[in-house]
Design a protein around this ligand. Structure first.
Ligand SMILES: *Cc1c(COP(=O)(O)O)cnc(C)c1O
Length: 820
């Protein structure tokens, strides 16, 4: 048996489960997400209770071919020819299994925790130590109660070093992670305010984190951070670093910027040593010092440590989705390559349905800890299970093992240059291409060749933040309440199929668009969720029905038109939605129309009422709460009446974003989530981190100029600098959606961390900002808005609402989606 294969009988004993086994299957893969099952054959599925019903997960996993399950005691689940291991606590069982696995190996393990920098320090230690060790580590930032067991499960007998990060947010969590990781060397990264809310005070939080190190023989930490915890770590052997305290083992006394590097000098063992770090931002410098201290603590010489640190590479955990040449979509993940991150990227590829054809460009994978033939067999199996249509392998190992790959179109090249030389012959067209390579293959060159050239103003859309926001609102819903995601107007400016694919994958129940065309685009991009169309025009009924879109019927005229249309087409029970006007006075039947409507609906076989809804006019505003209350009761009454005359149940929905936050009593059967999904909710304070803005708009400086006193700037000579100063011209104007109203100091942008005003009028494609107070140069990035310089502030500056700013960003501005 391989080192992480277990018989189901063994698992049963390890996790102390009750059950009658029907066979003694072998398992090697732990599965926790029923949507992402690649190797079902040796999979053991843990039905962790989350937001979705555990039984639903199990059915999905069963359908994907899984036959071994760990489930919670409770209502009996009947699965034919499957093993069901029944336990009291499914998560505890997962942890127990990982802990058992860990205990079988006595490799050296570095355990990392802290508030910030855990993943970077883990990845950097991996870069720094990979030359000497066969390392196993967490994929991405899998550092939670679930992520750590899955990470530790990967240990095999070829590994001689583990590097695992642990993250906690509540008291009591670290002991469990410590038992699974069992680190012998501890590394503490920066401590900050993250997760304070889960603890009574900072001291309690820090002590919880320190529990990871309780059995360590060595702890590396910043001296300053643990000054108040000396007693608590008295039993540990520590290696400390500091910029302030001379008594630290590594005392950093001098810091200088040399071109793009940061040069540090320090005292170590009575000697002066130095190191050069290829980064300039404070967070990277601190993380690099932590790594420096770790290398020295592990016994590396100062010269060797310096040599290795100089070659540190930036860690990018994000996948970027961009528009490619020839109607392709490009998923760029060209900075790291291992089998776990490959699987994550392939899952992301699979959830993008805009093109049928799916292509993978992959380089050789290094440092997997597996023998080459085992590794590439696994890779080939993974690729097959993810139904890749076209495979392009780059590197000597892939060339050597090409016969493993069972893909209809496959191509192999020994190196990136050879691939680039043949790129045109590969005829990329209308496909989604995942580019995934180890750093040394420099796949960014491949990405550059395949991505459409963009102008430097881009809107970045953070898909993780989108999911965070979706889950935030889901957590506010009563059990069983459905979610309709509002993706009208190009998803509030944030894109169409990219977001819809993500929402579909994450199981929202319904989508809504404003016009039929928008719905058609979604269908063409492979979206099969039900889609409601708010304004279904008569001229578009053909398209509407062809693409199975569901119209909103809001008037008697539209009702007649649609019935007549459906009569001709010989369709029965076409799903439609009824809109009631309860006080917004935009679209909808009036409450007094309901009786006539009921007469029309009775025995009408042409349509079926899928839902009844109304819209709140001021759900966000306390001063209108009485009115909102009236709207709710009017809606309730009208909906009840209609349901009664229909004789069947329909979905009732009323709340938009602020309605969800402020009116829990108005959730009915479904809510319509709009702007909240995009991270904005006037009923949630902008400083509340529960919601995350998903978009940022960035541009850059094309020129910097000195202005002498009295000169004017821009059209109409409106910009005046009385005392002179410096301006920068940036690549965004009103044609991009940066409205003229932002001119003459009204609007502010952020450059190198400093917020500066516009000066003069906004031009069509450019505008000028006053940079007299900040160091800038041509090419510097300029933030129009992001999570720090918030869109809400921009809206206030010109007296509008975030909705208008977002939907005004023109289509000329390229969208780049990223996912970590
Ligand atoms: C746009 C829209 C919503 C979403 O409103 P938000 O305030 O963005 O959540 C809900 N319902 C209808 C009918 C809409 O037109």
């Amino acid at each position: 048996m391989l080192s992480n294969q277990y018989t189901i009988q063994e698992v049963k004993q390890i996790i102390n489960a009750e059950c009658d086994l029907i066979n003694d299957d072998i398992i090697s893969v732990l599965l926790t997400d029923s949507r992402r099952i690649s190797t079902a054959s040796e999979g053991l599925f843990f039905a962790l209770s989350g937001r979705r019903n555990g039984h639903e997960f199990i059915a999905e996993a069963y359908a994907a071919g899984v036959r071994n399950f760990v489930v919670k005691q409770g209502p009996e689940i009947k699965l034919t020819d499957a093993n069901c291991l029944i336990v009291v606590d499914v998560l505890a069982a997962l942890q127990a299994l990982a802990q058992h696995h860990r205990n079988r190996f006595n490799l050296e393990v570095i355990g990392i925790t802290g508030s910030n920098g855990k993943t970077i320090v883990k990845e950097w230690l991996y870069q720094l130590l990979m030359a000497d060790k066969n390392i196993v580590r967490n994929p991405k930032s899998y550092n939670s109660q679930i992520g750590v067991p899955l990470s530790v499960w990967q240990i095999n007998d070829r590994n001689n070093l583990g590097i695992f990060e642990a993250g906690i947010s509540l008291p009591g969590e670290m002991d469990k992670l410590e038992a699974i990781i069992k680190p012998s060397i501890g590394v503490l990264t920066h401590l900050g305010p993250a997760h304070d809310e889960g603890f009574a005070n900072t001291r309690e939080k820090v002590l919880e984190k320190l529990k990871l190190f309780k059995n360590c023989k060595l702890l590396i930490h910043n001296y300053d951070q643990l000054v108040d915890y000396k007693k608590d770590i008295a039993a540990l052997n520590c290696f400390t670093w500091s910029k302030n305290f001379k008594q630290a083992d590594l005392y950093v006394f001098s810091e200088t910027v040399i071109k793009k590097n940061y040069y540090l000098r320090a005292k170590f063992k009575e000697k002066e040593i130095e190191c050069l770090i290829p980064f300039l931002d404070q967070a990277s410098i601190e993380n690099a010092i932590v790594c420096w201290a770790t290398l020295l603590a592990l016994g590396y010489s100062a010269v060797e440590a310096d040599k290795r640190l100089e070659h540190l590479n930036a860690v990018s955990m994000r996948l970027e989705l961009k528009t490619g040449i020839n109607d392709c979509s490009i998923i760029d993940d060209s900075y790291n390559s291992d089998i776990q991150s490959l699987e994550i990227a392939l899952n992301f590829l699979n959830q993008q349905n805009q093109h049928q054809k799916k292509t993978l460009v992959l380089s050789d994978i290094f440092q997997s800890g597996l023998q080459e033939d085992v590794l590439y067999k696994q890779v080939a199996e993974l690729i097959k299970s993810k139904k890749i249509d076209k495979f392009i392998g780059v590197g000597e190992a892939l060339v050597k093992h090409q016969e493993y790959f069972d893909v209809s179109e496959k191509f192999f090249y020994t190196d990136t240059t050879e691939l680039l030389n043949h790129l045109l012959n590969l005829n990329f067209k209308g496909e989604t291409i995942l580019i995934k390579g180890s750093r040394s293959f420099e796949f960014e060159k491949v990405s550059r060749a395949l991505v459409q050239k963009t102008h430097e103003t881009v809107m970045e859309i953070n898909l993780n933040a989108l999911l965070n926001n979706l889950n935030y609102y889901k957590s506010k819903l009563k059990p069983g309440v459905k979610v309709m995601a509002m993706v009208k107007a190009f998803s509030y400016g944030s894109g169409t199929f990219e977001l819809a694919n993500m929402l579909q994958y994450n199981k929202v129940d319904y989508l809504a668009v404003a016009y039929t065309d928008e719905g058609v685009s979604l269908r063409q991009a492979g979206i099969n969720l039900p889609v409601m169309v708010l304004n279904a025009e008569q001229s578009a009924f053909d398209k509407l029905t062809e693409y199975k879109l569901e119209p909103v019927i809001y008037s008697f005229g539209l009702f007649d038109d649609f019935i007549k249309y459906v009569q001709q087409t010989d369709v029965a029970n076409y799903p439609v939605h009824l809109k009631i006007d309860t006080g917004m006075h935009r679209l909808g039947f009036e409450p007094f129309d309901v009786e006539v409507l009921c007469d029309l609906l009775e025995d009408n076989k042409y349509i079926r009422i899928q839902s009844i809804f109304s819209h709140l006019a001021a759900s966000e505003a306390a001063e209108h709460d009485d009115f909102t209350g009236k709207q709710i009761s009017r809606f309730e009454k009208a909906a009840k009446k209609i349901e009664k005359c229909l004789g069947y149940k329909v979905i009732k929905h009323l709340s938009n974003t602020s309605g969800i936050t402020r009116w829990p009593s108005a959730q009915f059967d479904m809510v319509r989530l709009g702007i909240g999904l995009y991270g904005i909710d006037s009923a949630v304070s902008a400083t509340d981190t529960a919601l995350q803005p998903i978009t940022s708009l960035k541009t850059s400086i094309s020129q910097v100029k000195k202005i002498v006193a009295g000169d004017t700037i821009g059209y109409g000579r409106n910009g005046v600098m009385a005392k002179g100063g410096r301006i920068a011209t940036v690549r965004i104007g009103y044609a991009d959606g940066y409205l003229r109203a932002f001119g003459n100091g009204v609007g502010k942008m952020m450059v190198n961390g400093v917020v500066v005003p516009t000066i003069g009028n906004i031009s069509m494609d450019m505008c000028m900002i006053d940079v007299s107070t900040v160091e800038v140069k041509e090419g510097d990035e300029v933030i129009v808005f992001n999570d720090q310089h918030r869109i809400e502030e921009l809206a206030t500056q010109i007296g509008t609402i975030p909705y208008e700013i977002l939907t005004n960003i023109s289509q000329r501005v390229k969208r780049v989606y990223f996912y970590e």
